[in-house]
Each structure stands twice: as C-alpha cells, then as structure tokens.
Design a binder for this molecule. Structure first.
Ligand SMILES: Cc1cc2nc3c(=O)[nH]c(=O)nc-3n(C[C@H](O)[C@H](O)[C@H](O)COP(=O)(O)OP(=O)(O)OC[C@H]3O[C@@H](n4cnc5c(N)ncnc54)[C@H](O)[C@@H]3O)c2cc1C
Length: 361
C-alpha cells in the first residue's frame, strides 16, 4: 500500500484556506502533511464586520482562534508571508522557509486605502476589521448630518455589502432616535444594486425608497477632500458629508504581486479547476481571477473543487469535478429580514439570479 504523505502548503486561513484544510484532513487523515499559514491569530466572517460596526456583537465574540484548530495532518503557523517562489514551490515567511508538493494560494484581497486621495485622512472604511471597529466607536457619537456609504474601486468583496450597510445604518439611526436628522446616500458603480439579479435589485431599490436612502448608481467616489468634508465622485460631482463610510480599493497582497504569478491584477487561473500556470499550484478565492464575485461562498466552493483535484491526483487519477460558478448570497434588508439570491455566474451577464423574498432570520 502507498504510504507516502501528501505535502501541502496552504497560504491564508480565510474562507478558502480553512475549507480546503478541513476537507483534506477529513479525507486523507494521517497521510496528510499540511501547513496552514496566516498572519492573523483568528478567522472572522466578512459580515461580522457589520455586526461589530453597528454594536450588535463584540470584537471577541466574532473571532475564531486558529490555535483551537485540531485537525489530523494540519499544523497552523501564525506567520507573515513575504515571498512566493512558484517555480520551486517554496515560500518565505517572517520566520522561515517552507516548501511542498502542492501549494494552495488563498490569501484573499488586501485594501489600498491610499489609492483614494483623502480617504485615510478624511474618511472611514468598514471593509477591514480595524476600520469596522473604528466606525463602531464613531457611530455612537454621531448626532446628525449626511452619511455617505461609498464604493471607491471595483472589484470589491461581497457586492451586496454596501447596500446592506446602508439599510442596517437606517435601522441603527432609527433605534438611536436620530434618523430624521440624518441623510443616507449610497454610491455604487452598478446600475442595479445586485447586477446579476433583477428581482433582488428591485426589492433593494424599493427598500431604499421606503427608508429614504438616496441611491446614486453607476459612479464611484474618486477622492475625499478632508478639509471641506466633500466626497468627489468620478465625474467631479461634490457631495458634502459629515461621516464617510467607504469601501476601499482592493488589491492583491503585496507578496503575490512580487511572486511572478500575476499578469493581471489578480492571479489568473483556469476557472474550472483553479490551477495556475505553474504545476502543483492552485489559487482560489478573492486573490484569484475565478470569474465569480469576491465572496466567501465562492472561495468555499472553489476550495471543494481544488481539494477533489488534489486528492484525485494523490491517488493517481484526474478529477472530473469543475467549478460551476453557482452561488447563493444572503442579503440583509434590515429589521432582521434576510433575502436570498441564487446566481449562476458562468451563464454570462444575465440578471436572472433567482430572488427569494426577505424574511425573518
Ligand atoms: C463587510 C463584508 C461583508 C461580507 N459578507 C459576506 C457574506 O455575507 N457572504 C460571503 O460569501 N462573503 C462575504 N464577504 C466576503 C468574504 O469575506 C470574502 O470574499 C472571503 O473572506 C474571501 O475568502 P478568501 O479565502 O479568498 O480570503 P480571506 O477569507 O480574506 O482569507 C485570506 C487570508 O489570508 C491571510 N493573509 C493575507 N496576506 C497574508 C500574508 N502576507 N501572510 C499571511 N497571511 C496572509 C489573511 O490574514 C486572511 O486570513 C464580506 C466581506 C466584507 C468585507
């Protein structure tokens, strides 16, 4: 019987990295030798940033600590990756070097706050954990004025999140008794809030109207003028604000940029099997150009395909499973109501995503 071990390096213990480590551990068990590397000490769901920002949950309650990982064949290392050599399948961290037979890059997307002039000095963002915590401290002190929820770059993670933030902000201000003293504006690059679903978009536009949220479509915020408290849109329009809640520009983590894995802004992969052009190296989730939106459920489904491929090749055959671009998103409508939308992203630019009416969680 073949007793050799499957040596795997997984870079990034987010949605994709955790999913693939779990599947490989469950399926290969004691024949797995997997090192999972992440610079952080814990995982948290993207949407938990909204919970923290609106004071619904504490920082500690949303964190899942990696030191609790106890999976056969998996060892976690809290280290910061500084270089990837895709030819040697070797990576360098702040503490040492690692190599393996299989490399899975699941490093997510970083934020480039400085790409939007004035955002750092004069605005806020809620896409990083620190940014959401900071807004969670600012919001209780906010009394009245204009609040802009604004997208500054595309692509960005979880396309429904700006709409959700605006609706949850409405609830928050209402509960605080100051909704009538505040104006909420939402600036997004799309014509419809959820382009792949006409049904969900229609429901969101109705909710914005009912809740007096100004919807400013097909444009982004290009700059912030901190002194004047103005958000400058890409066409030069100036919107005054008292609080700016931004979605910052996204970029690949710096170590990926310097690795030679890029031709484009994100790691190119075969969208059916997530293989890069380097043998034995896969990239999945937000860091890759997978042909789907940057969202946790696609990182997870891609991880399942990669796991299947790795396991099959370990046993000497080729996996026939392909990533199908199907995804389900849950959309917060406020007041505890959540809608669901099912979308097929490999169908093309259709807006036929199936909408399920919002209902109590
Ligand atoms: C406000 C908000 C709400 C969201 N809501 C949803 C939702 O409801 N549903 C949904 O599906 N998605 C949602 N998302 C998106 C989701 O969080 C991401 O798409 C998902 O986390 C991507 O998974 P990933 O595995 O590709 O990357 P990530 O989960 O981001 O994991 C990447 C990991 O790599 C690590 N890393 C990066 N660089 C280094 C380095 N140099 N060294 C070591 N480690 C490194 C990071 O610490 C991180 O743990 C939301 C996102 C936001 C911001």
């Amino acid at each position: 019987m073949n007793k050799r071990k499957l040596r795997v390096l997984v870079l990034g213990a987010g949605f994709g990295g955790l999913e693939i480590s779990t599947i490989l551990s469950e399926r290969i068990g004691d024949r797995l030798d997997l090192t999972l590397i992440d610079k952080n000490d814990s995982f948290f769901f993207g949407f938990s940033k909204l919970d923290v920002m609106f004071g619904k949950r504490s920082v500690d309650s949303v964190k899942m600590y990696y030191h609790k990982i106890a999976k056969p064949g998996v060892r976690f290392r809290q280290e910061t990756l500084v270089a990837i050599d895709p030819v040697k399948k070797q990576v360098t961290t702040n503490k040492g070097k690692y190599s393996a037979n299989i490399l899975v890059i699941a490093l997510g997307a970083d934020y480039d706050i400085n790409a939007t002039p004035g955002l750092w000095e004069g605005g806020n963002e809620f896409y990083s954990f620190e940014g959401a915590v900071q807004l969670g401290n600012i919001l209780p002190t906010f009394e009245k004025g204009n609040i802009i929820v604004g997208v500054t770059g595309f692509p960005f993670k979880c396309p429904p999140a700006p709409s959700e933030a605006a609706l949850l902000l409405h609830d928050y201000l209402l509960q605080k008794g100051i909704r009538d003293k505040c104006k909420i504006s939402l600036v997004v690059p799309f014509e419809l809030p959820i382009p792949p679903s006409f049904g969900t978009s229609k429901a969101l536009l109705t909710a914005f109207k009912e809740k007096n949220i100004e919807y400013i479509p097909e444009i982004m915020v290009g700059a912030i003028e901190p002194g004047k408290k103005l958000a400058v849109l890409d066409d030069g329009t100036e919107l005054p604000f008292d609080l700016f809640m931004g979605i910052p520009e996204h970029r690949v983590p710096i170590d990926v940029e310097e690795s030679g894995l890029l031709f484009d802004e994100w790691i190119p992969v075969d969208k059916k099997n997530l293989k890069t052009k380097f043998a034995g190296i896969y990239a999945l989730g937000d860091v890759a150009n997978m042909g789907t939106p940057k969202a946790g459920n696609f990182a997870e489904s891609a991880a399942c395909i990669v796991a299947e491929s790795i396991i099959s090749e370990f046993h000497g055959f080729e996996s026939m499973e392909e990533h199908n671009g199907l995804g389900t998103c849950f959309v917060e409508f406020g007041e505890g109501n959540v809608a669901r939308v099912d979308v097929d992203f490999f169908l093309g630019s259709s807006s036929s995503g199936k909408h399920y009416e919002a209902s109590k969680k």
